[in-house]
Each structure stands twice: as structure tokens, then as C-alpha cells.
Ligand binder design. Sequence first.
Ligand code: ACO
Length: 333
Amino acid sequence: MKKIHAAITGIQGYVPEYILSNKELEKLVDTNDEWIVSRTGIKERRILKDKNKGSSDLGAEAIKLLLEKTKTLAEEIDLIICATATPDMLFPSTACLIANKIGANNICAFDVMAACSGFLYGINTASKFIETGTYNKVIVVGCDKMSSIVDYTQRTTCVLFGDGAGAVLMEPNSKGLGIQDAILRSDGGGGEFLKLKAGGSLSPASHETVDAREHYIYQDGQPVFKAAVKSMADVSEEIMKRNNLTSEDVAWLVPHQANKRIIDATSRRMGVGDEKVMLNIERYGNTTTATIPLCLWEWEEKLNKGDNLILAAFGGGFTWGSIYLKWAYDSQK
Ligand code: ACO
């Protein structure tokens, strides 16, 4: 019997309209465009301004467009996996809220939480349901309203993040295309360097936690940067080695967009030239779980059936990983 792979068969991104530029941030905190661009590669990011909307609205928009584009009905979907670090609320899960918003109310839906590596954890989880024949049509969506947890008085973090969503449709493939291999890792010891201190069961919201601004992202940038550079490059190199891939075999590196310097270090270690690296950090910043699907969406037209893609991410947890997949369709319109 032929092995069934799980393949991405459709991709769609969604970003809110409002553009927060480096110039505008200069008015909020003591920073400047030159510092932000040279240290991170970011020029602007999108912000969801509507106070009545959360991550589920970003995710639902991406999925509605994806269903339209792939001519899929909501009732055909078997499973929705939502990767997010900014759930609408602790529960119900954002996946359930999204399922309801797109009119799929009788399906399996759950969240995965692996911060910036969430999309990789999500598609790897989805692949198991597909490879085992459990489900045929699975949507994985990465959506984050990072602006809801960014402290716009902190120059060390507020320049980094933006809001956005990206969704993929995944289906079985019997021709050897789709996900080939995955390496996913974590190290909870890194939690102290990148976290949201309050609002969970350990430190529920109180006047004290609000006064101490503990409902905003806390990040000690340097140790996170060092771990990200090493871990993302390590797993990307490892997945190439164990699949006997040379840099020539790799059509595209699709890296998590947290910092251009981290991306450069990863591509250098893989021996992959800049022309094969998907990069849109300058326009969106770090949208956490949405960076990788947003890249795939913007590059869709350049992708060809059979292209070898290496997806790589690093994020809070720490979590990191790399996925090797063979693109399953010709995307030129
Ligand atoms: N504008 C101007 N100066 C700034 C700014 C700013 N926005 N931010 C920091 N600085 C200053 C600092 O105060 C410091 O000044 P000092 O030397 O007088 O103290 C100086 O710049 C250097 O600060 P560093 O923190 O050492 O700067 P660094 O080069 O490390 O860059 C950055 C900071 C961009 C945050 C980097 O550490 C980084 O990218 N870290 C990793 C981010 C990441 O990958 N996160 C994981 C994913 S996120 C997730 O999972 C949710």
C-alpha cells in the first residue's frame, strides 16, 4: 500500500489594514527607524484596531477566503487546528470560536500552543490525522493579535510584533508530495526569558498584576536571540542531513520572521542563498504563529509542484523546529 502523506493544498493569509510604521513608533517610545531596521529588518507591521475583535476574527477571515479560493464548503472540513499565542480567552479555545464563525459547528477543533513555533506544531499534528486516514480535510490556522499583549511603552518589544493570520488546507496525497519529515523540540527552561507573566492559573489577573504591567510580553532579548540563532540553524541543518538534502535540493527556506539576523544565520548554516529565502518581516514584523503561512501565501505563485521546502521556527517555551515538505501543486495563476 502506498504511503499517504499530508499535503498543503491551499494557502491564504489575512492582515488587518492599519499600518504601524517605524516613524509612528518613534512618537511612542525612544527609538528610531535606523535602529529597528538594522537590528531586526522590520519597517512596518499591521495592527487590528477594532477593540471588539480578537485573534479568532483574524483566523476566521483567513479561513473564509481560503474556503472560497479552494472551493471548499465549511461542512466538508473535518478538523480545525488553531495555533495562537493570543487566544481570544483562556477558554473556549480559539479554534472552537473560529469554527463557529465560519459555520462549521459539528467538527473537531482545538488549539495548539507553541508560541512562534505553533504553526509547525499545528501542521505536524494535522499530518498525523491525515496519514492515519482519520481525517481528509484539515485546516491549520496561525492567528495572533500580538498588539493585545504588546506594551507600547517598552521600546525593546513594541517594535517587534504585528497582527496577522494565515491558514492552510491539508489533504491526503498518495503521490509522495506533502510533509516528509519533522523535527520539533522544546526547552521549558527558556520560559523565564520570554513569557506573559500573569493571567494564567499561577498568577491570575489582579490589580497588582495590572499595575506591574504583567499582562504584556516580557522578553530578555539577548538570551532569546542566542538560543534562536543556534536552535533554528541546528534543526534546519539536521533535517537536511537526515533527508540527504543538499542546498541545491532546497527550493525555499520558509523561516519564522522574528529577526532578519536570525534568518540570515539559519540560511548561512544551510548554505542556502538569499534568493531562496522567503522574507517579508519588513512589512509585517513578527506575527508569531502567522509568519510562516503568510510567507507561503505571498510566495504561492512562485511555488512549483515537487519543490522542496524547509520550514523553520523558534519561539517562546522555548519551542523550535523544522519541517521538510514537498510542495503539492503548481501555483502559477
Ligand atoms: N530602539 C532603540 N534602542 C533600543 C531599542 C529600540 N527599539 N530596543 C532596545 N534598544 C537598546 C537597548 O536598550 C540597548 O541599549 P543599552 O546598550 O544602552 O542598554 C541596546 O539597544 C541593545 O539592546 P539589546 O537588547 O542588546 O539589542 P539586541 O541587539 O539584542 O536586539 C532584539 C534586541 C531585536 C529584541 C533581539 O534581541 C532579538 O531579536 N531577540 C530575539 C527575538 C525572538 O526571536 N523572539 C522569539 C520569538 S517571539 C515569540 O515566541 C512570541
